[in-house]
Design a protein around this ligand. Sequence first.
Ligand SMILES: [Zn+2]
Length: 278
Amino acid sequence: MHFALLGNNRIEAQPKLNGLCSCCSKPVIAKCGTRKIWHWAHKSKTDCDNWWEPETEWHRTWKNNYSADWQEISLLNKRTGEKHIADVRTVHNLVIEFQHSHINPQERTSREQFYKNMVWVVDGTRLKRDYPRFLKEWKSDGISEVHQTDKSGIFKVWFPEFCFPEHWLKSSVPVIFDFRGDGSMDDSEGLRNTLYCLFPQFGRHARVAKISRKAFIKATTNGEWTLRVLDFINEFRIQDEIELRKQQQTMPHSSNKIIYTWRGIPLIGGYKKNRKRL
Ligand SMILES: [Zn+2]
């Protein structure tokens, strides 16, 4: 953890300091070695927050884009007594979780249900294959641009599992992929510096927006983020409705589900199956 309680103050780890965990109130000690980032650790094994993962420089750099008062906020579900530490919670009640480690879909869903108004920021450099896979698909015709708004373009991604790690595809909240890592990797095309926001998916294709780091931090800080995401999602629903109506006019006996086509071929069944066929 970045902060512990010392009296009434939240303080950062410094050599030889002791403090209390802001979540479970148990004693924590400052770990200030050379191998890992300076942090606080529980003195004894505890079941404090089972969602907590050891922090990397990547986590810390991201969290420090936000005010210290917004970092590591303990949140309690009064009904169940469940308590977790949000990486960042803004004054507008948006939770931002920075995820480096693998997360299984059940835990991802539990966290989304617990935090509700949240956005994931995922380290897209955890596995060696993550970025090359994204790059290959992003440059292929598996992506088509639908419309461009003032700053961020929205892209339709027909085969999202060829683009992003599969366990993020069914997320019910936006997932931001950050492929920059610690900034040391080759980025001759300048694609790593942009963030890629995968919206919750309905229909057969995923929608992705490119957003600059600065714009993301600004929108999440000033509270515009949640409304903008809702606007986009409403627009996606309207687009899907229009597509469905068009389909029903041309094929009156078709089902009430949209049959998406790609290069004129109906996409029925799984993506992977279709991709192979194409
Ligand atoms: Zn604790």
